[in-house]
Design a protein around this ligand. Sequence first.
Ligand code: ASP
Length: 325
Amino acid sequence: MKNAWRCGAGLTLFAAASMACAEFPEKPVTLVVPFAAGGPSDKIARDLAEALRKPLGQTVIVDNAAGAGGTIGSAKVARAAPDGYTLLVHHIGMATAPALYRKLSYKVPDDFETLGLINEAPSVLIGKPSLEARNFGELRQWIASNGGKANLAHAGLGSASHLCGLMFQSALKTNMTPVPYKGTAPAMTDLIGGQVDLMCEQATNAVPQIEGKKVKVYGVTSLKRLPLPSLKDTATLSESGLKDFDVQVWHGLYAPKGTPPAVLAKLNSALRVALKDPELIKREEALGLTVVNDERLEPAGHRKFIEAEKTRWSKVIKDAGEYAD
Ligand code: ASP
């Protein structure tokens, strides 16, 4: 039930808010992840859940509500009771869904409280192990000679892998066949098995597969090379001829609109503590992630950033002529 939070009847609003703060959290907090278990969003949320446990003094549970490029899980949180117990960990899809989905059931950012940005995540272009192309130049030739037959897996419209794939096709001036999944975890299984050809994937999920030689890597999608042992010699797509190609993913934490300010303040301060946790930083850095430590960790800075990203991506999406009902 919206606006249902435990406070004694007849209290002033101020007293009620302080009381909610004093009590919060008195039961486990749930982080909704709008993608399949085992993928990059899931991994980030599980690491964050672990790091939030101490500052919140409560268990933090991860709930995967996957599908429709992250919009099913986002809608679930937009409709949840605004009491701080149901939060959303979501990425760039938060800013792209309004331009992509004609019938989106929630407003961005108005139906959410921004709690702070978590991290920035680079992606890489990876291919199935049986691809003969040894480098990006050979891959480019193979794609050109295959016309629209080469396919590209993604995690649903508006997902990071989908956006990166759109930019990739537009940079190559070619069309490839998109293959949607509920997350890049199931897509990765098919890529390793050779059922799909290529995928843009966040380093979070790609690095272990690259290290295990289960997939081929063709380029870094952001402007800088990644200082990870398995990727330090991998050129960026921009260096390889797709000038200025730059797709960088980010993740943030959200609560439903109307969550009491005192609860939001407690969640934001727990997020700040969690993002300073040396264990979390070590795990994130090993996967190429950069923990956010600037004004976007403030709710207002996070909101401003979402608005700017929404404007930026809506242009890219309109130019690409993509949308879903
Ligand atoms: N975040 C998605 C996942 O965790 C991947 C994507 O957006 O491409 O599966």
